[in-house]
Design a protein around this ligand. Structure first.
Ligand code: CA
Length: 242
């Protein structure tokens, strides 16, 4: 199923887009805030991303620029308000694939999204027939944060494109944290959800695993970029924004 991310802060428009895209058979994820939208777009793989321009905390155009700077080339459809940003958008090299001006009919948006997916599928076919890549860091169901990528289906994790040697629990812990970036978990919660402990276990096992993971994905384990310690509480996976 093709996955679409819609970042839009006007609730009626968001609801309308979500409904129509789902009716057309897409899996839809939504965000109503710019930074949150960017984080989701960086962590999960989507087939198309719809970005409103005027958003709280970060402009849609900046989200698009940011994605391209990070070599994320997911097709982006910008949604702009009439007269507001269209000209600017036309003239700016922000790396968006297409744009639509509000008000639009949901059917137009669905048609455009379908066309964008067809285009990507063709170009992916072209690319794969031309060069055979040995690793596939852009696996569809993979989660990526910075240099770290986890592919749950294959039970594989990569750091800077190199496959990591992780134990089953290290893998599960990394996957658990990556699925909810920015959320802090205490050790008891991690024991319960990753180790399936339903009793009070020794929480030091969590610390040991965190420390092992850091050895593998942090260039400076004393000043970690990805797995942060939240003092007096627990750990969280952070999406480095710069
Ligand atoms: Ca808006």
């Amino acid at each position: 199923m093709n996955k679409i991310l819609v970042v839009e802060d006007e609730f009626p428009i968001l609801t309308l887009l979500k409904y129509n895209l789902e009716q057309a058979g897409f899996e839809v994820q939504t965000a109503d805030d710019g930074v949150v939208g960017l984080e989701i777009a960086l962590v999960q793989k989507f087939d198309v991303i719809l970005l409103d321009i005027m958003l709280p905390s970060m402009l849609g155009t900046d989200i698009c620029k940011n994605l391209r700077e990070r070599k994320n080339y997911t097709p982006v459809l910008m949604l702009s308000a009439l007269g507001e940003e269209t000209d600017k958008l036309k003239g700016l090299d922000i790396g968006a694939d297409d744009y639509m001006t509000k008000p639009f009919s949901p059917r137009e948006v669905v048609a455009k999204v379908k066309a964008m997916i067809r285009r990507t599928e063709f170009s992916t076919l072209d690319a794969s027939s031309q060069k055979k890549s040995n690793v596939n860091p852009n696996h569809k169901n993979g989660l990526t944060i910075g240099d770290v990528e986890v592919i749950p289906d294959l039970f594989e994790a990569y750091f800077r494109g190199n496959k990591m040697d992780l134990t089953k629990k290290e893998f599960e812990l990394l996957l658990f944290l990556m699925r909810q970036p920015g959320v802090t978990f205490n050790r008891e919660k991690l024991l319960k959800d990753v180790w399936n402990y339903d009793f009070a276990g020794d929480t030091r096992i969590v610390d040991v695993h965190i420390s092992n993971l850091r050895e593998k994905i942090e260039s400076d384990t004393r000043n970690p970029k990805y797995i942060k310690t939240v003092r007096g509480f627990g750990y969280k996976m952070e999406v480095p924004l710069s």
